[in-house]
Design a binder for this molecule. Structure first.
Ligand SMILES: C[S@@+](CC[C@H](N)C(=O)[O-])C[C@H]1O[C@@H](n2cnc3c(N)ncnc32)[C@H](O)[C@@H]1O
Length: 224
């Protein structure tokens, strides 16, 4: 049994404090956890921007799509900090055992979680998600953290942007990573939409004289 009370957690700081396992550290077998691939400051800013946007638009998040579920870092944050949403669809060829453990520990706990064991660019996968959208409604939040190639990131954006509602937020993770950065530079200038680039990790590291090639969050807002 574990005795973390995550039910009342409302912000990234509390969540990292309760569950955070630093990158590279193997979490204990028995505990729920948040494996910290994500930078805490960037995560805070991401949630701040998303909340502000939906408040301004008088909207709310009903359905979430994540591309690239892996150990469930985003899934933990999203399902803990965004209260009362319905479906979370996760596209991931092979869910990591730690993702599954977090489901059992109820740290990842949307009302319904649908795992699609596909590569996001597979036509079969795109059709299944499109079918889901037709029956259950559009996504208000899409997190793209699967493919890290120029072609892959652009394909995810092209294929899944139409499945985002308005208001809605499309998030691209790791825009500090070589090819993802190239894709992000293209995507953020390719349409008539508002975008926000969050690179607090890179800025921090640069102040220390270090170069980085990970983290970074790109947000694209769908309005109108
Ligand atoms: C950086 S990890 C994602 C981390 C995860 N979002 C988290 O918060 O724990 C990338 C994951 O994307 C998956 N992946 C890579 N290419 C993919 C694709 N085209 N479609 C779906 N998943 C993909 C990989 O299997 C890997 O588990």
């Amino acid at each position: 049994m574990y005795n973390y009370n995550i039910g009342n957690i409302t912000n990234v700081d509390e969540l990292f404090k309760a569950l955070g396992t630093p990158h590279g550290v193997e979490p204990l077998e028995s505990t729920p956890f948040l494996h910290v691939w994500q930078d805490r400051d960037e995560s805070k800013e991401f949630f701040r921007q998303v909340r502000e946007y939906f408040n301004k638009e008088n909207g709310y998040i009903a359905n979430i799509l994540e591309i690239g579920g892996h150990v469930g870092g985003h899934a933990v944050m999203l399902s803990t900090l965004i209260k009362d949403f319905g479906y979370m669809v996760v596209i991931e060829p092979e869910l990591h055992k730690l993702f599954l453990r977090n489901i059992v520990k109820e740290v990842i706990r949307p009302k319904e979680l649908i795992h699609l064991p596909f590569m996001s660019e597979d036509l079969e996968c795109i059709n299944i998600v499109a079918d889901f959208v037709e029956r259950r409604g559009l996504f208000q939040l899409i997190v793209a953290d699967g493919a890290h190639s120029v072609v892959g990131v652009k394909a995810d954006f092209l294929n899944y942007w139409p499945m985002l509602s308005s208001p809605g937020v499309f998030m691209i993770h790791d825009i500090g990573y070589f090819e993802v950065r190239e894709a992000w530079e293209f995507i953020k200038n390719a349409g008539d939409y508002q975008t926000i680039t969050i690179e607090l990790y890179r800025e921090r590291e640069e102040q220390k004289g270090l170069e980085t090639t990970c983290n970074g969050v790109g947000l694209i807002f769908k309005s109108g």
